[in-house]
Design a protein around this ligand. Sequence first.
Ligand SMILES: *Cc1c(COP(=O)(O)O)cnc(C)c1O
Length: 395
Amino acid sequence: MITPVLPTYARAPLSFVEGSGPWLVTETGERYLDLGAGIAVNALGHAHPRLVAALEAQGRRLWHTSNLYRVPQQESLAELLVANTFADTVFFTNSGTEAAECAVKMARKCFHAKEQPERVEILCFEGSFHGRSSAGIAAAGSAKMTEGFGPLLPGFRHLPWGAHEALEAAIGPTTAAIMIEPIQGEGGIKPLPEACLKGLRALCDQHGILLILDEVQCGMGRTGRLFAHEWAGVTPDIMPVAKGIGGGFPLGACLATENAARGMTLGTHGSTYGGNPLACAVGLAVIETMLEPAFLPRVRAAAGRFRQGLEGLVAAHPAVFDHVRGDGLMLGLVCRAPVADVIAKGYDARVILVPAAENTARILPPLNLSDAEIDEALVRLDQAATALVTARGAA
Ligand SMILES: *Cc1c(COP(=O)(O)O)cnc(C)c1O
């Protein structure tokens, strides 16, 4: 018999009732060190006092009015995003896939407004993830996500990840945009080399097409800069953001330049909930915290310590781990043992990892975890790996 909750997830036999910083607590009081942060969502950890205060204060005043009216919290958040990024304008959503959806619509509408309506095609990459909407799965293109959901939204073309020449050859008179994650998240924590990101920008400029960088997972401080593309010194035309932006409250955003947004005029797009006062009050508290001068340098320092520790872990357990990859606090342990076993042993050691493609365990902790918590994470990961080796030896 089907469960009351639609059974689309293979859930771990764990549930949590409380959280604080990078710690999650079960009903029976067991404490787990959370290196997944709800898949890069709880960027400031659980129950951050500033976020709780923002939520409570707004919760007592006003939750929702609709976008038929001005929403001051939304305007303030948009102003902060515009002031601190390439963007001139922002559309707010409730999730990452809606932000990606907005990006796709915006790119097509841009060329419609430029009287090049034939430019509709978005070039995407194998292993990518843009969420589960019809545009999102069409953009990702994998059989796992699209099978049985046809007919798929047309106008997406998929190229092997890192195939420069194939990409250049694929750009034609019907191309509107290239859409890519600066670091593939679901795909297994695969950072696009800086030179590739620069090359993509140059290609887009040369052909007069748009660059869409999906920073839903790698953005909002995760790499030690506010957005991952900043490391390469290039900017996108359109950027879907979500996950960390709400710190756990559902919020997403599609950032864009004025040029890219030129077609998105009155009445062309909307969302009932997107950017409501409650979500934006929390979003403001998140970004204001991240913009404090010491925040991002601390993320970089934490990332250095974690990375170094993980390199040691991999060296100590060559039967379990192959190598570490990623940037900042978006790290992947590429495993030799089955990643599901690594994650299960992690649960036994009370440490939470998140699986991804290519047999990779993701480490996406709260960005503000302490050195002591990093060291504790490394101890627990070492315990998990040791237990796995022992179990495999016994089997
Ligand atoms: C998670 C993710 C999405 C989808 O976000 P949802 O909030 O689950 O809709 C889109 N793009 C990337 C890169 C993601 O990691």
